[in-house]
Write a protein that binds this ligand. Structure first.
Ligand code: HEC
Length: 120
């Protein structure tokens, strides 16, 4: 293995990330954009609600509305890559949902944080 000078190595790694199709994370402000949240909600209700409920209250994890300090990058990561804990399987979506749309869903999930519980 030949040694690359550090700056070049950085370029190669950056190129690999771009090739993997990972879009740069949007700014925090963009994640609060109502249009983005709305688009994310539509996708979430259509694709995720049968496991998570339309507002993330169902499923085998803490309700999304209780996750006030949830890091958007972590939410994005678990949606992209999926996760498994015993028999609890969260599917990976990177092959079926474009990265931009995953960020819209992240915006919707973030918008739920701190929302009051729905009345039964
Ligand atoms: C087949 C059922 C199923 C579907 C469909 C599903 N999920 Fe999940 N999801 C799960 C399960 C089960 C877990 C908990 C995994 C674990 O225990 O680690 C989970 C976990 C998560 C988490 C992390 C929760 C936490 O507490 O860290 C997020 C975020 C999430 N899902 C988002 C989504 C989104 C967005 C979609 C739609 C694109 C989606 N899920 C579709 C079953 C599902």
């Amino acid at each position: 293995m030949f040694a690359l000078p550090k700056p070049l190595l950085g370029l190669v790694l950056f190129g690999a990330a771009a090739f993997a199709g990972a879009a740069a994370p949007p700014e925090a402000d963009a994640l609060r954009d109502p249009a983005m949240v709305q688009a994310g909600r539509a996708k979430f209700v259509a694709t995720c609600a049968y496991c998570h409920g339309s507002e993330g209250d169902a499923g085998k994890h803490r309700p999304f509305r209780d996750r006030i300090d949830w890091d958007p990058a972590l939410i994005h990561q678990v949606i992209r890559e999926g996760r498994q804990r015993g028999s609890n399987v969260m599917p990976a979506w990177k092959d079926s949902i474009p990265d931009e749309q995953i960020w819209q869903i992240v915006a919707y999930i973030k918008s739920l944080g701190g929302q009051p519980r729905p009345q039964p």
